[in-house]
Write a protein that binds this ligand. Sequence first.
Ligand code: ATP
Ligand code: MG
Length: 255
Amino acid sequence: MISIKNLHKYIGGRWVLKGLDLDIEDGEIFTILGGSGEGKSVFLKHILGLLKPDKGSIRIFGKEIVGIPSRELHKVQAQIGMMFQGGALFDSMTVGENIAFGMKRLTNYDKITIEKKVEDYLAMVGLAGTSGLLPEKLSIGMRRRVALARTIATQPKCILYDEPTTGLDPITRDVICNLFLDLQRELKATSIIVTHDLKTAYKISSRIGLLHKGKIRGISKTEDFINSTDPFVQQFINGSSEGPIRVKDGGEEKK
Ligand SMILES: Nc1ncnc2c1ncn2[C@@H]1O[C@H](COP(=O)(O)OP(=O)(O)OP(=O)(O)O)[C@@H](O)[C@H]1O
Ligand SMILES: [Mg+2]
């Protein structure tokens, strides 16, 4: 479904991605863990085609997207959904307009169909009847649900989630994870999640890997990840300042 080989990206004065390899199978939920600034968001933006690598290959649905003309890229992008970090919504648009936004842009649905689908998706995330409200009227957990609804509304084959549960209290986080799993059962989309939250990763993933120093390490099934022998993975899981991961790692390397 998605195959990434030897991905390199120099950004912000250093090599953030440095030979990253990853293969993601159809229908799986793959979580990329990693500390702040390790390049998780940068990586997702490459899959979406918003950033171009300095080197390497990205194949999505069997098609190489590095170097393809923008019209071809748009066709691939139309099949990928992205929930941006913090579940950003357009504050000046109502909940309904936020959800309709992608459908207007990417589908041929008429106005009535879009209105009906907005209500359907709001019901799916437990927010029926809120389409006329502005996001500021909602709690952070509700806004995250709207962001989920907006992401799935175009029925993408592949969905990227950037920190879907960050900033939520533990109970709301669990509610969002359960909702995610319910939606996943229905949509059967291939999902890539980036997070630094272990609880989220353990609850929703089929496989997990750790992004560190530009590569994904310790890739394994969720149940095996906790027993990984990779010292970087063990340090991250244990949340220890002692170990091979240094907070300032990778800062000095020049292009
Ligand atoms: N557009 C940009 N221009 C310059 N540097 C950038 C840009 N985007 C990201 N970076 C740098 O790339 C590195 C990785 O950033 P990224 O946002 O991917 O980290 P992250 O793993 O998502 O962190 P967080 O957990 O805080 O969201 C950081 O050092 C950041 O400063
Ligand atoms: Mg990020």
